[in-house]
Design a protein around this ligand. Structure first.
Ligand code: HEC
Length: 250
């Protein structure tokens, strides 16, 4: 080390000390802990009440069918958006995590927890559940059913629909006939080979009312809200619409 750099050392150390002090000040800025008292506002609360008639970003739940599975108190019998193969796969993953411990990966109700003594879970192949509208499944996952607890806090509303789409696929897997698949795929299956994936519109899943034509915004309780936009979208919007955003947060 040269003489000059040795002389500069204490200065550098001092500077480092000061700048560390500044950093601490920036880290510990004045702030309130949640629900702490404050003398600043008249009501002595540090929290400000939500402003009337405002909704936090991402919390708008206008589509009753999508967030409750019901319209006018009736279970809906359609999915709130057009289900894609990716949705069904995501549903399978969520199903295997949250439902299979009791319902088993096959959905016959004999999961490991049931084998170890938990109350018998429902089989999705009962005549009742084969006929049950998808809104009923949404209700069961959201609110629980008999001995089954609610999964609302662990499974988001959109993931519930994805799980239900997978349950429909499970049901089809046990009840479909070979004539339900398009002719070219029938030939592949008869030859014992793997079948190629076909677009949803060509398969029996299309018969499960995946997405009937309906208005995007379903707000019968709020006639004061503006009607959904019905004019021409600028070209850039169309591009965004084609992104795989189906099923995302509203
Ligand atoms: C801790 C075990 C357990 C888990 C996990 C579980 N269930 Fe259940 N489920 C049950 C039991 C037990 C029943 C039968 C309830 C009864 O008869 O009291 C049932 C019944 C049902 C029914 C039939 C309701 C009816 O109308 O008869 C459906 C549908 C269902 N579960 C779906 C699901 C889905 C979807 C998941 C995953 C999100 C799930 N369950 C996770 C235990 C479970």
């Amino acid at each position: 080390m040269s003489k000059t750099s040795l002389a500069a050392f204490p200065l550098a150390a001092l500077l480092a000390l000061f700048s560390a002090g500044c950093r601490q000040d920036m880290h510990n800025q004045p702030r309130y802990k949640a629900l702490a008292e404050s003398s600043f506002w008249g009501d002595e609360r540090s929290e400000r009440p939500a402003i009337e008639d405002t909704v936090a970003r991402g919390q708008l739940r206008l589509d009753a069918a999508r967030y409750t599975g019901k319209v006018n108190g009736q279970d809906v019998d359609y999915f709130p958006w057009k289900i894609t193969a990716a949705d069904i796969r995501a549903g399978q993953e969520r199903f295997n995590i949250y439902c299979s411990p009791c319902h088993s990966r096959l959905g016959d109700g004999n999961g490991m927890i049931v084998q170890r003594g938990y109350r018998q879970a429902a089989s999705y192949y009962s005549a009742k559940l084969l006929k049950a509208p998808v809104g009923h499944f949404f209700d069961v996952i959201t609110n629980g059913y008999g001995a089954m607890p609610s999964y609302a806090s662990r499974v988001s509303a959109d993931d519930r629909w994805r799980i239900i789409s997978y349950i429909r696929a499970l049901q089809l897997s046990q009840t479909a006939k070979i004539t339900d698949v398009p002719a070219p795929v029938q030939a592949q299956l008869k030859a014992g080979g793997p079948a190629t994936e076909v677009p949803v519109a060509d398969t029996p899943t299309a018969r499960l009312n995946w997405a009937p034509p309906r208005s995007v915004v379903d707000n019968p309780g709020h006639p004061e809200l503006p009607a959904p936009f019905s004019g021409e979208f600028p070209p850039a919007y169309h591009a965004a619409e084609q992104a795989p955003a189906a099923g995302g947060q509203q």
